[in-house]
Design a protein around this ligand. Structure first.
Ligand code: FE2
Ligand code: FE2
Length: 293
């Protein structure tokens, strides 16, 4: 069963300030949100949501709405603390598996995005996860038959490379994504011995779903990860989204110009990838990377 990261939702305290960061520093053009005919109580305006991508895939920058779960009769509030969404071929089959294991699910139906059936739950490390299915394709969305999380270049020539989640029980959490959501594990492709950084790559600390390092990375929080590797930012805490851009040096130049702090990790963890870590204006941890081989 193929799957892909459909979107990443980041909570923002000031949506226009965050949008400015993603537009002017990272270089992403704003996209156009597509609502379904029957919209739930989402209460969105340009002050509460900014969107990057096409067909609702990509990055969602959202202001927390305290009453969102109550207003929509959900258990989960997907606007608080952010979340990520996995698109699967059959959301009802996933829902049946989750509920059979006693996992509480909010079935939102089609309520916020045109043609997309969304459900929400917590993974075993209490990360909020959306699972969705394209039930009414507009212009060829939906999982591709031959590859998990394929590269999907958005206007501005960027794509969501991976989502990183900090986990507390790596075995249970890996079981959740593998056996209940139906994702396929893969190996982590590191650079050569002369380039690779100082970190624990065993299955007790890192489990990867998706090909060529793209997809989902589950990591154990490692307190000295940043100091061991000479970084300011510790990418093993609190999770992050990684965005691949055509020119990471241009992004660093723009951050330098405005005094926005970042860690240039170089190529240290993923083969053929130059990685840079920073925080967005609402202190979401963001990785920006570039394919270099
Ligand atoms: Fe979402
Ligand atoms: Fe990462």
């Amino acid at each position: 069963m193929s799957w892909y990261i459909h979107h990443v939702n980041l909570e923002s305290h000031n949506v226009r300030q965050s949008a400015d960061f993603f537009i002017n520093i990272i270089g992403l053009p704003e996209g156009k949100w597509m609502y379904p005919d029957q919209v739930g109580k989402v209460g969105h305006s340009p002050e509460t949501i900014a969107y990057f991508g096409t067909q609702n895939q990509g990055l969602h920058i959202v202001k927390a709405i305290t009453s969102f779960a109550r207003d929509n009769k959900f258990i989960h509030n997907p606007t608080i603390g952010g979340h990520f969404a996995i698109c699967v071929p059959d959301v009802n089959a996933v829902k049946a598996k989750l509920t059979s294991e006693g996992i509480v699910v909010s079935d939102a139906g089609v309520y916020a995005m045109a043609g997309i059936h969304q459900i929400y739950c917590y993974d075993p490390s209490m990360n909020i996860v959306e699972i969705n299915e394209v039930v009414d394709p507009i212009g060829g969305q939906g999982p591709s038959a031959n590859q998990d999380h394929p590269v999907r270049n958005e206007p501005g020539n960027w794509y969501i490379h991976h989502v990183n989640r900090q986990v507390h029980d790596i075995k249970k959490t890996a079981y959740f994504y593998e056996s209940l959501i139906g994702m396929k594990k893969d190996v982590f492709h590191t650079p050569g011995a002369d380039e690779v950084g100082d970190f624990d790559r065993s299955e007790d600390s890192l489990v990867v779903f998706g090909p060529e390092n793209r997809g989902l990375h589950l990591v154990r929080g490692m307190p000295t990860f940043h100091t061991d590797n000479g970084f300011m930012h510790n990418p093993t805490f609190g999770g992050h989204v990684a965005i691949t851009v055509p020119d990471v040096k241009a992004v660093m130049d723009k951050m330098d110009k405005v005094g926005h702090l970042y860690s240039d990790a170089g190529t240290y963890a993923m083969a053929g990838m130059h990685q840079v870590y920073t925080y967005d204006p609402s202190m979401n941890f963001i990785e920006i990377n570039q394919e270099i081989s």
